[in-house]
Design a protein around this ligand. Structure first.
Ligand code: SF4
Length: 376
């Protein structure tokens, strides 16, 4: 399969838990605020010199220390993050913002608080349903977070500052959506592994320090030849998946990942944020209406329709539904979604995985068999 490439500038940003752009911004006196869940309002962590970084745990091979404190039936993403935190890999970070999105993340928050207490560690409570009451509740939670950030870092978290941050964040989302839209083409100029590298690099860096490079890349990709010789267009769905290497294996086997319906993927992360009305309520509504996490009750049908719509929009020929081991949020959901997809005539491959890619050979064999079963 002939495929384009992306500049090393982006690849280097995902090699370490805390990358060089973060160091550069902190050297300018700015504050890095770590987060782990898509419900965390990134624009609120981008006001007045703050910047959000989505934490990853690249190259973690085991979690011996974390397993001492966290049950071994908690997902390996949360255990890997704690492992690195206990190795002081995140000590340069100025603060953490969590949400009570799943028990695993709650335990990570508790253990961080207990074992290596960050200067700032905050958890946002989340409703389990959407709707007007839930929006008001979440907006008030975001205002509590705003006050806490203002007290801790002396920053302006008022409505105007937040509205400005939403505008700036939308510029980033627009650029990423333009690149993502190229994946709808017959021969996209960007592979799934490349796009996941972009998502991981840009979400773990101060975005303003890479917007020029991102704009240049968009222009270059717009003129470059696309991927040829792939066997089938695939959509990746399921749990947290921020490791491009995982997608690379699928693409080495001949699949081409054209979209990701995961909390670290292209859908729904790149949806633009409305710029009118009360910015706190807007962010609350955006989160509750768009993120579509399986933790939300009475909204399976919405998630089912969104996934079927994404398959159609990106012309995916099959879906790889991957679940992080012990992830109860997606564990239940993936069974239901598999039924819906197969009923709609869409081939599905179910995979259970650990956070860090462990058995490349096994994964390659599964993908190979899946593509053959699709007659590809
Ligand atoms: S992968 Fe699942 S269990 Fe782990 S943090 Fe995400 S939602 Fe929670």
């Amino acid at each position: 399969m002939k495929q384009p490439f992306i500049p090393d500038f982006f690849c280097q940003l995902i090699d370490q838990p805390v990358n060089t752009l973060v160091d550069q911004a902190q050297a300018q006196g700015r504050k890095a605020i770590a987060y782990t869940c898509s419900y965390v309002p990134q624009p609120l962590l981008s006001v007045d010199g703050l910047f959000p970084i989505r934490v990853r745990a690249p190259n973690v091979v085991g979690t011996p220390m974390a397993d001492t404190y966290m049950s071994s039936v908690l997902c390996s993403y949360t255990r890997s993050i704690l492992e690195l935190a206990l190795e002081w890999a995140f000590d340069s970070i100025d603060g953490w913002v969590f949400t009570a999105s799943c028990d695993h993340l709650r335990r990570l928050y508790d253990n961080l608080e207990y074992l290596n207490k960050p200067a700032f560690n905050h958890i946002v409570d989340l409703p389990h349903r959407s709707g007007e009451a839930a929006e008001k509740w979440l907006a008030s939670e975001f205002r509590i977070l705003a006050d806490a950030l203002s007290q801790a870092f002396g920053v302006d978290t008022g409505d105007q500052a937040l509205a400005k941050a939403i505008k700036v964040h939308n510029q980033y989302l627009t650029l990423m959506r333009e690149i993502s839209a190229m994946r709808m083409e017959d021969n996209p100029p960007v592979t799934g592994a490349m796009f996941q590298t972009l998502l991981a690099a840009t979400s773990s860096s101060p975005k303003d320090l890479l917007m020029d490079q991102l704009g240049e890349l968009r222009d270059t990709l717009g003129k470059s030849e696309g991927v040829t010789g792939y066997r089938a267009r695939l959509l990746l769905a399921g749990s947290h998946c921020d490791d491009p290497a995982y997608i690379e294996v699928m693409e080495k086997t001949g699949g081409l990942v054209v979209a990701e319906r995961t909390c670290t993927g292209s859908i729904p992360a790149l949806s633009p944020i409305p710029e009118n009305g009360d910015p706190f309520e807007t962010l609350a509504r955006q989160g509750l209406e768009n993120i579509s996490c399986p933790r939300m009750m009475e909204s399976f049908q919405q998630r089912e329709e969104e996934l079927l719509e994404a398959v159609k929009e990106y012309r995916a020929e099959g879906v790889v539904l991957q679940t992080m081991k012990f992830c109860d949020t997606w564990g239940v959901e993936s069974g239901l979604l598999t039924k819906s997809l197969r009923k709609a005539g869409i081939p599905v491959l179910n995979l259970e995985r650990e956070y860090t890619m462990s058995s490349e050979g096994q994964l390659q064999t599964r993908i190979q068999a899946f593509l053959e079963s699709m007659g590809k």
